[in-house]
Design a binder for this molecule. Structure first.
Ligand code: AMP
Length: 453
């Protein structure tokens, strides 16, 4: 299968060969012809499958085929993403793929001043990539006109809903033209509320699926090292010292934990930075670009900040803490073993996390290799039976006992349905970067910190 056979234009084929892409990934092969035909599309694909190019390439082609006669530049395509990082990344990809086309685009997200965004919008752009909250701010200020949108992309729709963006999405969708609009929805999972959104706002969507939900890339090997909690830092240093130049993404459950870990790594002579929701957008962008440019070797991230980060061929991801929700393990590990390269996922698991490990083993059908690291063996073996412990703050309240949340103001994350309405009891991390159980529980239900993404 070649990109040519999918019907892509020469200008795009040229950009792809400059990127070094030789053949389409399965989601690209399935989605590109359908999008070129103008169909609405629901695609089940997670980060790492090449999903961005699957919508970006045909989107660019369709827009470039319809030239604007009167010289004005109405916004014709809108891509919505859950996080700022993903928005910036999708925008970068659009620019790379569209480098031989005369197409202009801009990216709009919160946490930075409005000035540059207003200038770009005034000048006129063909494509906007945006997070929902800031786009609504522009809609309220009437600095953006969405009345000429031909193509809408909802990227990582499940994550947008997890983060409580449903009211914002509906508000944006209601401001778009209804006739002749093409809508593309990409999501790792298809919970009932995503299907409901599709029913309401899509026209007879075609469906494509390339990876079963909750699966991890086949080329990733998973190692679990049981260790006493107080020796985790030493074990991490030991693993990092095995190849001190190897770029490593380390996951921490909390923002505070991520900062502490970075300080400890720096004291030990390792160049590291943290990326989480309490960092300014500039600090987050700098940490990510320093990591990509090899100026730092270790990036310590919380789940929400890391969502959608695209780092080419990251060889290893370390879970310093296990995620509270097993599905987040899949999202974390999606950063390695991408687009055909090998990857390693290493988890350091202390006694209090044995219950979380049990959940992950069940989800992955026990694909994990559990082995002690010589010199760091735990004082007592890990329990993996039904009563295996979880971190204190992980205790979940039984469903139905939590008070309902009221919706938050428009454009910012608000209410989402309870986990019991979602398939397999799927409860994703809705921005959960907090140390305390109460906050964590709130975040799962679309809590206050989510718009910090
Ligand atoms: P995505 O799922 O869109 O985040 O893409 C994951 C990674 O795969 C990114 O680093 C892309 O640059 C890369 N990629 C996308 N399409 C291809 C392709 N056809 N061949 C090789 N790499 C690709």
């Amino acid at each position: 299968m070649s990109f040519e056979s999918l019907g892509l234009a020469p200008a795009l084929l040229r950009a792809l060969s400059e990127q070094g892409y030789t053949e389409p990934t399965p989601i690209q092969a399935a989605a590109i012809p359908l999008v070129l035909q103008g169909a609405d599309l629901m695609a089940a694909a997670q980060t790492g499958t090449g999903k961005t190019a699957a919508f970006a390439l045909p989107l660019l082609q369709r827009l470039s085929e319809k030239t604007q006669g009167d010289g004005r530049r109405p916004v014709r395509a809108l891509v919505l993403t859950p996080t700022r990082e993903l928005a910036a990344q999708v925008h970068d990809n659009l620019r790379e793929y569209g480098r031989h086309l005369k197409m202009s685009s801009t990216v709009i997200f919160g946490g930075v001043g409005m000035g540059n965004q207003l200038t770009a919008l005034r000048r006129g752009v063909d494509i906007i990539v945006a997070t929902p909250g800031r786009l609504i701010d522009h809609m309220q200020q009437r600095s953006v006109d969405l009345s000429k949108i031909d193509v809408l992309v909802l990227d990582e729709a499940d994550r947008m809903l997890d983060m409580g963006f449903l009211p914002a999405l509906k508000r944006i969708l209601n401001a778009l033209p209804k006739q002749n609009r093409q809508t593309l929805l990409f999501s790792a999972t298809f919970a009932p509320e995503i299907k409901a959104l599709a029913r309401e706002f899509m026209r007879d969507p075609r469906e494509v699926s390339v990876t079963p939900a909750n699966s991890v890339a086949a080329l990733v090997t998973h190692h679990v090292h049981p260790v006493d909690a107080e020796r985790k830092r030493d074990l991490l240093l030991h693993i990092l010292s095995i190849d001190s130049r190897r770029q490593t993404l380390v996951f921490s459950r909390t923002k505070h934990g991520a900062d502490k870990l970075v300080r400890h790594l720096e004291v030990s002579g390792i160049r590291a930075a943290a990326i989480h929701g309490n960092k300014s957008q500039n600090a987050r962008t700098k940490a990510l670009s320093d990591f990509k440019a090899n100026k730092i070797t270790v990036l310590v991230a919380t789940d929400i900040a890391a969502r959608g980060i695209d780092i080419d061929q990251l060889p290893v991801v370390i879970n310093y803490d296990l995620p509270m929700v097993a599905e987040d393990y899949v999202h974390r590990i999606g950063r390695t073993g991408r687009a055909g390269s090998d990857g390693q996922a290493i988890s350091l698991v202390s006694h209090d996390e044995a219950g979380l490990l049990r959940d992950i083993r069940r989800l992955l059908k026990d694909e994990l290799n559990v082995s002690d690291m010589a010199g760091y063996e735990p004082s007592t073996p890990l329990r993996t039976d039904a009563a295996a412990p979880r971190p204190k703050q992980a205790q979940r309240q039984p469903q139905g006992q939590r008070p309902p949340r009221s919706g938050s103001r428009d454009g910012k994350p608000g209410q989402r349905p309870p986990a019991s309405h979602r398939p397999h009891g799927h409860v994703n991390n809705g921005g959960g970067e907090h140390a305390t159980g109460n906050k964590r529980r709130r975040n799962r239900r679309g809590g206050a910190a989510s718009n910090k993404a």
